[in-house]
Design a protein around this ligand. Structure first.
Ligand SMILES: *[C@@H]1O[C@H](CO)[C@@H](O)[C@H](O)[C@H]1NC(C)=O
Ligand SMILES: *[C@@H]1O[C@H](CO)[C@@H](O)[C@H](O)[C@H]1NC(C)=O
Ligand SMILES: *[C@@H]1O[C@H](CO)[C@@H](O)[C@H](O)[C@H]1NC(C)=O
Length: 354
């Protein structure tokens, strides 16, 4: 096992865990690198317009070129009579454009503020920290018009908000460029020790920062868990609520047929809030020797049981064993029920097992 693939594996395994963490707790600064397209940052050699982000950022060389072209267009939009404005403010323009290459671009441009029913769209103007925004406003507020003209009609609403804020004054303008998550405002994020703490694609920092790669080769229906067998095989066991456990390798290969399919025994429905199904999996501590593992699921019950108990499903923990011949297949001839309890509701079901 090379350390590269080990890290990669760790990343995948951590993925669900960290997502869960981020959802339940905001741990001070929320260190979460992400590009405008929601992908993780990367290393891009030969970027010349925004070289600060060449080792760890969000711009490929062609995007760096596009930013340079936007810079040139903004320059041309500034009339000759305002030459001094350009001279005074071109560094701000360049700085703002290059923030699209920042490893935190998705935050700086608020691309993460998703409201239901609308396609999330990054803003055109970056989120600025208070003091810096004030300085910019005093010196260069008149450049905003040209900056926003260049991005065009898609951003008319943002442009007109910024323009009317400028007429009100600094505070209104800086309120308008203010980010929901202040930790990421420019340039404060450049000196935030957690955000600059040597985060890279290969490295998970102590604070729990990491980069995430989507599984884009395969799709899962209601994936409920992602486990590893602690057997050095690098296999990920991904469980779907309907009762199927898939094996996936770090390179994205998914094994067919699935490792385990108990979907025929599952009591559930197509109602999207139905919380019954296969909800947990745990490997025996000696899995590599005895090939045993455990599944928590909700099998259906007979009409007779239903009448006797008024339950609508059972909760079951069952022991299974992997085939002796094929480590990617369960041996369906073996099983042992460890625990069974009647369950009364299709909701309020949880089943993580360790
Ligand atoms: C700016 O935002 C602050 C905090 O939300 C608010 O109290 C203040 O009134 C705003 N100022 C202007 C001019 O909109
Ligand atoms: C980043 O890494 C360098 C070299 O490994 C180290 O000297 C520096 O202290 C690290 N910085 C942070 C913030 O961890
Ligand atoms: C695991 O297997 C080893 C060797 O066969 C044995 O010594 C140990 O007691 C087993 N542990 C458990 C938890 O079964």
């Amino acid at each position: 096992m090379t350390s590269g693939t080990q890290d990669e594996y760790k990343r995948y395994v951590l993925l669900f865990f960290v997502v869960a963490q981020l959802m339940v707790a905001k741990l001070g600064v929320n260190c979460h690198p992400q590009c405008l397209d929601a992908r993780p940052p990367f290393r891009a050699s030969s970027v010349s317009f925004c070289p600060a982000y060449k080792d760890h950022g969000c711009c490929m060389p062609h995007q760096d070129k596009q930013l340079k072209a936007r810079f040139d267009r903004i320059r041309l939009l500034v009339p000759a009579s305002e030459k001094q404005l350009w001279t005074d403010c071109e560094n701000y323009v360049k700085t703002f454009l290059c923030e699209e290459c920042s490893p935190y671009a998705a935050h700086i441009f608020d691309a993460e503020q998703i409201s239901y029913g609308t396609v999330p769209k990054p803003r055109a103007f970056p989120g600025l920290c208070r003091g810096y925004c004030g300085e910019f406003f005093t010196k260069c507020k008149h450049i905003v018009k040209y900056y926003m003209n260049e991005v065009g009609s898609d951003y008319m609403e943002e442009a007109s908000k910024l323009q009317s804020a400028i007429t009100v004054g600094e505070e209104k303008f800086c309120n308008e460029t203010h980010l929901v998550d202040l930790d990421y405002c420019y340039p404060g994020l450049l000196t935030n020790p957690i955000l600059i703490g040597n985060i890279s694609i290969d490295k998970v920092s102590q604070e729990g920062c990491l980069c995430m790669e989507p599984f884009d080769k395969v799709k899962f229906r209601n994936p409920i868990f992602l486990k590893h067998a602690n057997d050095g095989s690098k296999r990920m066991f991904i469980g779907e609520q309907i009762g199927i456990v898939h094996i996936m390798y770090p390179d994205g290969r998914r094994i067919t047929p699935p490792f385990l399919d108990i979907s025929a025994d599952i009591q559930s429905s197509s109602y999207k809030g139905d919380e019954r199904g296969m909800l947990g999996m745990a490997f025996h501590p000696n899995f590599s020797q005895n090939r045993k593992f455990y599944i928590y699921y909700t099998p259906s019950i007979t009409e007779y049981e239903q009448q006797q108990t008024s339950a609508d499903h059972k909760t079951r923990i069952e022991e299974f064993q992997v085939s002796a011949d094929n480590p990617d297949q369960v041996d369906y001839s073996y099983h042992r029920i460890i625990l069974e309890v009647y369950g009364f509701y299709w909701n309020h079901n949880g089943g993580e097992v360790w």
